[in-house]
Design a protein. Structure first.
Lengths: 139, 404
């Protein structure tokens, strides 16, 4: 699936929920299914700055795709990064770079995370794109 | 006895709904809410007497100057400073600390020591670290115990003739500990050191008496005591303020200027370069009047009841641990729930209308001491109620259920 198709799928899933509690419970569930970062990559260098909780993000190239793994010490943050990884992992670097991130607004995440927390979300997306940029440059 | 419903009616923001739920505002340690008299006074200043102060001969300028200086005297009286010119308007606590730390650069040399406490906010650590970097002085830390109390036996040992200044908060923002500052000030003076007290977290709860304390500097913020943001106070003993060089140069702080030499204005203007925050300086006086009309004795008594009630109610939650259990503490409860990140709890209870602070509270060394990433901090003001505490406890339980 393309990034856009995955994003549409996520929007569809979130549109089923009536209230914030269901939405948050789903995010918590998604957090439990996050593709976890290998312990050896859980280093300070891989911590994303700007989040209230700790977020580790690792990327590697498999064939022509970028594969992301991550972890966080907060479960809601794990859920949010799981959503991002679902959208952007296993995609080509150029596609990741070109993808927009409007779906975050559409699933009500940005609206429900205050500015300080949203900064964490913005930092995560920025870091994902930075990895894509780095892999793209290596080609 | 406080008439809480009447007091709550003074604060328009408290009747708001947040996320569809009645707002429960327990982030008073970060900033207080504002009563209508304070909000009105800001508008009134701009509507009626707005003018630049201390220079115009016209009527408005004189009215604004009089109001600004009347506020200074009100604050002088409130903290019992000996002279009005010992009361310097700043932009807030951080500004006050930086002004003093910068001033000390000319009085401190390599080998001298500065004592800070383990309970400090970053704003009372970093300016002193910067001073040490500039001068070669050494920063020493007064340690704390598991309850979040400073260890006085260690403090006594750290003090020496090398100590030039001791800088400590009156009350800890992260844990609520009330520090034994009178003892610390007296001991520091015996050693020949000056003392700065960071009163940012104390002034919402009590009325400091700077002469009785005998501190050399006392700093606090307006926005934490029902006043506007962007204004605060640096109190300094006259002798010290004369000894310290000015922090910023500009208009207002000079006596004469030629390209060869400038002479500085007398106190307090020496430390008030540029057009000050006139409106908020005046309204800080209004806020202090308001708090005094409620009465600090009544505030302290009521907040203590809230603290005890919340401590009991929260302690009943399984897996909940309170950080900061000092014998002397104010209405602040920092806590965590076993196995759950404070950020997760904070986010969920926000959806239920509960405003608390989560994170390290700009006091990372304290979090490192307890080896935790942060806490959830509920800080109560005199306009909070036991019913609101019940709502928070219910919200925390709900979050705990969702998250575990």
């Amino acid at each position: 699936m393309t990034i856009q198709e995955i994003q549409n799928e996520i929007i569809d899933e979130f549109s089923m929920f009536d209230d914030w509690m269901q939405r948050y419970e789903y995010i918590i569930d998604l957090g439990k299914g996050l593709p976890l970062i290998d312990e050896q990559y859980k280093t300070d260098d891989n911590i994303i700055k700007g989040c209230q909780s700790k977020v580790w993000l690792h990327a590697e190239q498999q064939d022509d795709k970028v594969v992301f793994t991550a972890d966080s010490d907060a479960i809601l943050t794990k859920g949010i990064i799981a959503i991002l990884i679902r959208a952007f992992s296993n995609q080509k670097a150029t596609d990741i770079l070109e993808a927009n991130t409007d779906f975050i607004d559409e699933i009500g995440l940005k609206e429900h995370l205050s500015a300080t927390r949203a900064n964490g979300l913005v930092s995560m997306i920025k870091q994902i794109k930075m990895y894509a940029l780095a892999f793209n440059a290596k080609k | 006895m406080l008439d809480i419903q009447k007091i709550r009616a003074d604060f328009p923001i408290l009747s708001q709904k947040v996320n569809g739920k009645p707002l429960v505002y327990f982030d008073n340690g970060a900033t207080s809410q504002k009563p209508q008299v304070v909000i009105d006074a800001i508008a009134k200043y701009y509507q009626e007497i707005n003018a630049n102060i201390h220079r115009g001969v016209h009527t408005l300028s004189q009215l604004a100057t009089d109001a600004y200086e009347a506020s200074r005297m009100k604050i002088q009286k409130h903290i019992n400073a000996k002279y009005a010119h010992e009361v310097i308007f700043t932009s807030g606590t951080t500004h006050g600390i930086n002004a003093v730390a910068n001033g000390f650069a000319s009085l401190i040399k390599e080998g001298d020591e500065i004592l800070v406490s383990a309970l400090e906010h970053h704003s009372n650590i970093v300016p002193w670290q910067m001073l040490c970097e500039r001068t070669g002085a050494t920063l020493k830390v007064i340690p704390m115990n598991e309850a979040g109390e400073l260890i006085m036996a260690e403090y006594d040992k750290l003090l020496s003739s090398k100590t030039k200044i001791v800088t400590v908060n009156h009350i800890s923002n992260a844990l609520g500990t009330i520090n034994p500052i009178k003892y610390m000030i007296d001991k520091a003076h015996e050693a020949g050191a000056a003392v700065l007290i960071d009163g940012a977290q104390a002034t919402p709860h009590l009325k400091p008496d700077v002469q009785q304390l005998d501190c050399d500097f006392y700093v606090f913020s307006g926005h934490k005591i029902c006043g506007p943001t962007g204004v605060g106070i640096l109190y300094g003993k006259e002798d010290w303020l004369r000894k310290l060089p000015p922090y910023q140069g500009g208009g207002e702080m000079i006596a004469t200027v030629t390209f060869e030499k400038t002479t500085y204005a007398d106190l307090p203007h020496k430390f008030e370069a540029g057009t000050p925050n006139i409106a908020d300086g005046i309204v800080l006086g209004t806020a202090i009047d308001y708090l005094n009309s409620v009465g600090f004795d009544a505030i302290a008594k009521y907040e203590h009841e809230l603290l005890q009630y919340a401590t009991e109610q929260l302690s009943a939650i399984e897996g909940l641990k309170i950080f900061g259990t000092a014998k002397e503490k104010t209405s602040v409860i920092s806590f965590n729930i076993e196995g759950i990140h404070p950020y997760d709890i904070g986010t969920i209870i926000d959806k239920l209308g509960i405003a608390v602070r989560t994170g390290h509270h700009c006091a990372q060394p304290i979090m490192d001491f307890y080896q935790i990433p942060g806490t959830i901090r509920a800080s109560f003001a005199f306009y909070n109620t036991k019913e609101e505490i019940d709502a928070m406890v219910a919200a925390v339980k709900k979050a705990q259920m969702m998250l575990s």
